[in-house]
Write a protein that binds this ligand. Structure first.
Ligand SMILES: [Ca+2]
Ligand SMILES: [Ca+2]
Ligand SMILES: [Ca+2]
Ligand SMILES: [Ca+2]
Length: 547
């Protein structure tokens, strides 16, 4: 573990009431994480991200959402609601300027607050002292921490290599065999928890590929499509269609139940034509509790990735999930299947998920209308072909704790750069200021090909962190990207907040010889409450277990 770089951003202060008004309802929608702190009390956690309470911190169900930290609904502790201005913990008020959880066993302070003075896991804010009697106190940027405990609880990972073959580039988790333990799904292969030996395959004899070939499983999502309570697989192949996958390129595989797991799973195409954009998301866009497949639909395609009438939108199954899913357009037009950068999150804070892509965002109205707002989320990372510009999975959450959701995105899935975009303004006047996390050029500690990104609270301090890495041979050697032969690193970027809307991300390397694929999982799969990271790509299949 090593901290490699810190980039500072500073934003507007004093917007705390915005969070109380509408900030976290929206994050709940986009994140899909656990509700926080309904039981509160002994483990009350509060602060600028509003996670709180015994059940509110990140964990098995806490921060599973794409953008949400735990406690996104904001109620916390026995006495109060959490959030930027909320109170939390058994007795302490928390938040931007508050003291937090002074008698709580896991009190966490706000930006300038003292925290967890008697807590066993007290964590301070940026300028505070923290956890003075805590056994695991963590200090802020300038704070002294945990005089009763370790000054800093280092986050470390042990990496397990599950395969050194290239099967797939999409990974997710779910309880495939229904035994109560989370299993790991890497394209066609699944590994049974808690030991993670190969549990089975969804197709017979899954093929392997070289690092210069594309697999047929670019992205993998696990969810119950059929409604029988068993988690199924949603898979998306190469968005170009011309390389390896063919047309259609997206399928769902029906979990046959424990007795049938030794056989190939029934497979159904999701929609005709190509599911395009290279980061389709399994996210909640529409106003129900279920997730949808967000993508660019190349309904009619021509050779070599051309997408004459591409529209951004989402698909979901109808009453018969084995029939073609229903596509709901958000807008157009997109002319290539290989465009990069896509995500959903409540940018304007009205509780409705909005949609982000590399050239702007689509604001969802109350009646299901969508309004395009232009913004270039690649921010100058324009090496290589124009289709390479733009990142991977995009997220919206309040990075700096001012109450406004911000955007996090890689800048180029085949080049360099990572940033958060600080939101200002409201409605049609919403603007963003780019805050660089990783630069757009090669350099020490930097890495290219950020083709998959996740957000999760890795260190359990209530602040959502960013995880990304190098997609090992994102393009083959015959079409090399910048830095193709550099080490295949995966890193997490620790979000730290300062006063007055300042925020910074501190890079920590998780592993230097594996990287990421097209999507991966950041969840606690070992049951200790600490976020683990599961990847599969052209380098192999890896489980990074947080210690
Ligand atoms: Ca299981
Ligand atoms: Ca919205
Ligand atoms: Ca913000
Ligand atoms: Ca964190």
């Amino acid at each position: 573990m090593r901290a490699m770089r810190t980039f500072q951003g500073r934003g507007a202060a004093g917007a705390c009431l915005l969070a109380a008004a509408f900030g976290w309802a929206g994050c709940s929608d986009s994140g899909g994480g656990g509700t926080g702190g309904t039981s509160g009390g002994a483990a009350g956690i509060a602060g600028t991200t509003g996670s709180a309470g015994t059940t509110g911190s990140a964990g098995t169900t806490g921060s599973a959402g794409t953008t949400g930290s735990a406690g996104t609904t904001g109620s916390a502790g026995t006495t109060g609601s959490a959030g930027t201005t909320g109170s939390a913990g058994t007795t302490g008020s928390a938040g931007t300027t508050g003291a937090a959880g002074t008698s709580g066993t896991a009190g966490r302070g706000g930006t300038t607050g003292a925290a967890g003075t008697t807590g066993t896991a007290g964590r301070g804010g940026t300028t505070s002292s923290a956890g003075t009697t805590g056994s695991a106190g963590r200090g802020g940027t300038t704070g002294s921490a945990g005089t009763g405990g370790a000054a800093t609880t280092a986050v470390t990972f042990t990496t397990r290599t599950l395969s050194t073959q290239h099967y797939a580039e999409g990974a997710d988790v779910g309880d495939i065999n229904g035994d109560g333990a989370l299993d790991l799904v890497a394209g066609p292969n699944w590994y049974a928890g808690p030991n993670f030996a190969l549990g089975g395959t969804v197709i017979a004899n899954p093929p392997t590929f070289t690092m210069n070939e594309y697999s047929k499983f670019f992205l993998t999502f696990v969810d119950d499509v059929s409604g029988d309570g068993r988690p199924d697989l949603i898979t998306v192949g190469d968005a170009g269609g011309a390389n390896a996958t063919g047309n259609p390129n997206a399928y769902w595989y029906q979990n046959p139940g424990p007795a049938g797991l030794g056989q190939p799973w029934p497979r159904y195409p999701i929609i005709s034509g190509l599911v395009a954009n290279e980061s389709p998301g399994w996210v909640n866009v529409a106003g129900d509790a279920k997730k949808e497949l967000l993508f660019i639909w190349c309904e009619t395609t021509s050779a070599n990735g051309a997408c004459p009438s591409g529209r951004i939108g989402y698909a979901r199954p109808g009453t018969d999930p084995t029939a073609a899913w229903t596509f709901t357009p958000i807008g157009g037009s997109f002319s290539t299947a290989w465009v990069h950068g896509l995500g959903a999150g409540d940018i304007d804070g009205d509780g409705l998920p909005d949609v982000m892509e590399r050239t702007g965002w689509w604001q969802q109205g109350a009646t299901g209308t969508w309004t395009r707002r232009a913004f270039e989320f690649w921010m100058g990372s324009t090496t290589g072909r124009a289709s390479n510009w733009g990142g991977s999975q995009m997220y919206a959450y309040d990075v700096n704790g001012d109450g406004n959701p911000d955007v996090v995105s890689a800048l180029s899935a085949h080049g360099y750069g990572l940033a958060w975009y600080e939101r200002a303004g409201t409605g049609a006047a919403i603007t963003f200021t780019a805050r660089q996390i990783l630069p757009t050029a090669a350099g020490t500690g930097n890495f290219s090909q950020l083709h998959a990104t996740q957000v999760a609270d890795v260190n359990g301090d209530g602040l959502p962190d960013v995880i990304t890495g190098k997609r090992y041979y994102a393009h083959p050697a015959s079409n090399a990207d910048p830095g193709t032969t550099d080490p295949a690193v995966i890193s997490w970027f620790e979000l730290q907040r300062g006063t007055g809307g300042a925020a910074s991300f501190v890079q920590h390397v998780i592993h230097s010889d594996s990287g990421v694929g097209c999507n991966f999982a950041a969840r606690d799969v070992t049951g200790d409450g600490k976020v683990d990271i599961f990847t599969t790509n052209k380098h192999g299949t890896y489980l990074h277990v947080q210690q």
